[in-house]
Design a protein around this ligand. Structure first.
Ligand code: URA
Length: 432
């Protein structure tokens, strides 16, 4: 087989066979196919697309490029969730213990922050002592006996995706639906859960800018999951505005805890209930109406918060922070910005919020690989809220006055106040 011929075929929309795709992935992973040839093929995919059968074959070949995890020893139905990323997305922190409190078993491998989007692992690491690396025995105990764990990806999982993603990042070939779907689903399938819930975001803070594109990506991923023998569902959700009121690692842990304790009934709370209900359906706990009730009761009864405490303790974290958030990392400087005029909050731009928090230190940059767990923003108002001149709009948290001043200016520009109340946007656009 010649890589040159495969590039020509994809460029001319002649579908590759399963064995050609397997050959391509194996030989790229082991270094036999040079980066320049793979880049040309990735660009051909970006421009011409792949058929459904090619996308499934690519995903399975990527899944099998490294180790794959096996859940059969756990003796229970396991379920996983993937969010395509966004600003202030702390749903995993809520959902993992919530689903476990309702009798589900969640094995969640999460990532660190990428660019301006936050990562669940960075958020959890703001809890003193919390370990995101567990041994196989610890993992089994957490999933089987406690019902949940959230860990970092470790071991040689999907090396083909690591190499391919790095190349896509450098060659303007990230935004291709079959490549994104294969990349995400290869990792989810290698992680081994029986059920997979996909939360596909659209809007200014998401990969997919429109709900239509998000639906196409979601349909593609559900088809791959189903073809691989998994129970798979997708929810398409709004990421035009940050999710919840806090963005930043320790701040988001604090907000997730408030939700688990039933203290906040925000859009984020309702989204978490819906995602948990879908995961419980995938776990065979009933239909979606029954599962929604189960999840709501688990929050009201305190069972979800108790499960969070169990999970944090099992992963070595200090549970005192769950009762007293002041024990989480605290910023040296806090700056509150007030509304310059009367009106309604018409928009809070997600991407700008993410970039402002990144500059504050909540995420990594090439010249600053360390994150500041206390950095971020707490919005005091949300989209649709009325506001009067001089009322607090948001508080910025950071290491220095200069960092906070720069972030405050950027965030002030990201908040639009208008004389008329904006139209309500649904949190959930569609479910598949
Ligand atoms: N997330 C992934 O894991 N892969 C992509 O290609 C895009 C987003």
């Amino acid at each position: 087989m010649q890589m040159y011929d495969l590039i020509r075929k994809t460029r001319s929309r002649v579908p590759l066979s399963e064995s050609e795709i397997q050959w391509l992935v194996t030989n790229f992973t082991n270094g036999s196919i040079p980066d320049y040839m793979m880049s040309a093929w990735l660009m051909a995919v970006c421009c011409q697309g792949l058929t459904e059968a090619e996308t499934v074959a690519l995903t399975l070949a990527m899944r099998d490029s490294g180790i794959t995890l096996e859940h059969s020893a756990y003796g229970c139905v396991t379920v996983d969730k993937h969010s395509t990323g966004g600003i202030g997305d702390k749903t995993t922190l809520v959902i993992a213990p919530l689903v476990a409190a309702c009798g589900g078993h969640v094995m969640k491998m999460s990532g660190r922050g990428l660019g301006f989007t936050g990562g669940t692992i960075d958020k959890l690491e703001s809890i003193p002592g919390f370990s995101v690396y567990l041994t196989a025995e610890e993992l089994e105990h957490c999933v089987r006996d406690i019902g949940c764990c959230v860990v970092a990806q470790s071991g040689n999982l999907t090396p083909a995706d690591k190499k391919m993603y790095a190349l896509r990042d450098l060659t303007a070939t990230v935004d291709s639906i079959p490549l994104i779907a294969a990349s995400i689903m290869s990792k989810k399938l290698a992680t081994g859960a029986d059920g997979i819930l996909l939360d596909v975001k659209y809007g200014s803070g998401a990969f997919m800018k429109t709900p239509e594109d998000a639906r196409t990506l979601a349909e593609c991923m559900v088809k791959i999951g189903t073809a691989a023998g998994k129970r798979c569902r997708a929810v398409i959700t709004d990421m035009d505005t940050p999710l919840g009121c806090c963005v930043g690692n320790a701040l988001e842990v604090e907000e997730a805890v408030c939700i688990l304790r039933g203290e906040v009934h925000s859009r984020l709370y309702w989204l978490c209930l819906e995602l948990a209900a879908q995961m419980l359906c995938l776990s065979g706990k009933g239909d979606v109406v029954e599962c929604r009730k189960l999840a709501e009761r688990a929050v009201q009864s305190g069972a979800a918060f108790a499960k969070c405490r169990e999970m944090v303790a099992a992963q070595g974290g200090d549970t005192a922070v769950l009762d007293d958030p002041e024990q989480l990392p605290q910023a040296a400087v806090q700056k509150t910005v007030t509304a310059p005029e009367h009106g309604f909050i018409a928009a809070i731009q997600s991407e700008e919020t993410g970039l402002a928090c990144l500059a504050l230190g909540a995420g990594r940059t090439a010249d600053r690989p360390e994150i500041d767990p206390a950095a971020g923003v707490r919005f005091r108002k949300t989209v649709g809220d009325p506001v009067t001149k001089g009322e607090p709009l948001f508080t910025v948290y950071g290491r220095t006055e200069a960092l906070c001043d720069a972030a405050a200016a950027r965030l002030a520009a990201a908040v639009t106040i208008s004389p008329k109340a904006p139209e309500k946007r649904a949190m959930i656009y569609a479910m598949l």
